[in-house]
Design a protein around this ligand. Structure first.
Ligand code: NAD
Length: 464
């Protein structure tokens, strides 16, 4: 119990007062949670207001005196089931925003184990910290070409020395039973090879977006995972994010009537012509597969429809060293079966803007900013008599990476199909290929008509 109280205070020491490593702490915390459920928590509801000690004065060995107050436990509902949250005594007025339920993480040794491949910006800045917010996922292995960086990161996150691999020893992951998922966070052009080798090593694959460089590579990845009977998911974090989910529900419930028009932009200024994002073989393309993909994939997710036709322009500033191999800008339109037209754009040469707006008969809704890791801001507007309403109905912030990893872990633990499987990534690549073709040929390009809603997605996940 003492250990868990330390967690609440944001620090952890063992009973001798020694600082605990993150891994040691999680192991102990997991054991103490398990022991708690087996033992004294048999009673599902417990109230203890009896003072544990009398009040008075606490005198230290050094002669200082501080107040000594009776320690009590206010009413708490402690359900037997690990997945049901502990409910604590309320203290805020009903007029204030509710806090979420207390977290219900699985014991560490029951969570799905991940090997992270590639220790670049996304892994170090976002994914490794996100495991701290996961309930069903934990990081157990790393793969990198830089042993010094890998050893340092492994120490920071309590990963065993014996679970560190180079690209040469990657296939030996098959002998590590703690690893159930390989998460591919490499340059796009390497996703196909490492997914296929990972599936052959008997592991489930979570692959960063864009899924690969071409539809053919995507198909080979799907086939390899099917052959190995392993699950494959593309890490489309936006599809696991509550504000985007809320906008999708407003659109699909037709609260403001039929949607007619969409605009979506994701632009930023890149640097360093030598970076892999500016090399065709490693990146597959420029702004489109890297950040324009968010516009494409999010619009498809919001509408649940697939485009039947695209029309595009592409441009790169002549002489700009960044754009010798990949494009600077793509602007494109997509036509959907219901008549909706989406106007999208992506750019590597202008200051960061990420937003979308969906226009329906009686109102509009969108996010500005959209697509960012945090700070997403929904906006909804509609008229009522003489009043023009403009609302900002923001959902509580959740870590998008933790949500997507826990979704994949849930699919593995309960043998479910991921919401964003390989087929979802393949469809984006088919559309991107048509966008490039349209820009090259200067005319609209038709796509195979798909009538089924959410045709390439698994069952809609419950929002945690
Ligand atoms: P990064 O350049 O910071 O990291 C890439 C890693 O791959 C590095 O550790 C590098 O050492 C390793 N690597 C191995 N072989 C390499 C090679 N030949 N050239 C260059 N690097 C090589 O990139 P990043 O921003 O972390 O992106 C990695 C992947 O994650 C990309 O597919 C990217 O599209 C994706 N990504 C997704 C999101 C998201 O929000 N889902 C955000 C950023 C990046």
């Amino acid at each position: 119990m003492k250990l868990l109280e330390h967690l609440a205070n944001g620090s952890a020491t063992d009973t001798t007062g020694t600082a605990l490593s993150r891994q040691h702490f999680l192991r102990l915390a997991g054991r103490s949670v398990a022991a708690g459920f087996a033992g004294s928590l048999a009673a599902s509801c417990r109230t203890n207001r009896n003072p544990a000690t009398a009040s008075g004065v606490y005198s230290t060995a050094g002669g200082a005196s501080v107040p000594k107050l009776p320690a009590t436990s206010p009413p708490a509902n402690v359900p037997d089931k690990p997945e049901d949250p502990v409910k604590l005594e309320a203290w805020k007025a009903k007029t204030e925003r509710e806090s979420g339920p207390t977290p219900t993480p699985m014991a560490p040794d029951q969570r799905v184990g991940y090997a992270l491949v590639g220790l670049g910006h996304l892994t170090l800045e976002e994914l490794l910290p996100a495991f701290g917010e996961c309930k069903k996922s934990r990081v157990v292995a790393l793969v990198s070409g830089n042993p010094d960086k890998m050893r340092k990161v492994a120490r920071q996150y309590g990963i065993k020395e014996t679970s560190l691999y180079s690209y040469d020893t990657y296939d030996q992951l098959k002998n590590n039973p703690e690893v159930q998922v390989i998460y591919i966070i490499l340059p796009n052009g390497m996703h196909a090879e490492y997914t296929i080798r990972g599936a052959q090593a008997g592991k489930h694959i979570l692959c960063e977006k864009p899924m690969a460089n071409t539809p053919q590579e995507c198909q080979a990845m799907i086939d390899a995972c099917q052959k190995a009977n392993r699950k494959l998911m593309v890490a489309y974090r936006i599809q696991y994010e509550p504000n985007n989910r809320m906008i999708r529900e407003i659109i699909q419930s037709k609260r403001f009537g039929q949607t007619k028009f969409v605009e979506a932009f994701n632009v930023q200024n890149s640097a360093n012509p030598d970076h892999w994002r500016h090399k065709k073989a490693l990146a597959g393309g420029g702004a489109l597969p890297d950040i324009g993909l968010y516009c494409l994939n999010t619009v498809r997710y919001l509408l649940g429809e697939e485009p039947t036709e695209v029309f595009a322009y592409q441009h790169s500033t002549p002489g700009d060293a960044r754009f010798r191999e990949v494009e600077e800008m793509v602007s494109w339109q997509m036509r959907f079966p219901s008549g909706i037209v989406a106007n999208c754009g992506t750019h590597y040469g202008v200051h960061e803007t990420r937003r979308y707006r969906v226009m329906a008969e009686r109102g509009w809704m969108g996010l500005d900013p959209a697509f960012a890791y945090n700070g997403l801001q929904p906006e909804v507007s509609y008229a009522e008599g003489k009043i023009e309403h403009k609302e900002q109905p923001k959902q509580a912030e959740k870590n998008q990476f933790a949500a997507e990893m826990d979704h994949f872990s849930d699919c593995i633990l309960n043998d479910k199909q991921p919401f964003t499987p390989g087929e979802e990534g393949l469809q984006d690549h088919k559309i991107m290929a048509a966008i490039y073709q349209s820009a090259r040929d200067g005319r609209p390009v038709k796509l195979t008509a798909v009538t089924k809603k959410d045709a390439f997605r698994g069952p809609l996940p419950e929002m945690q």
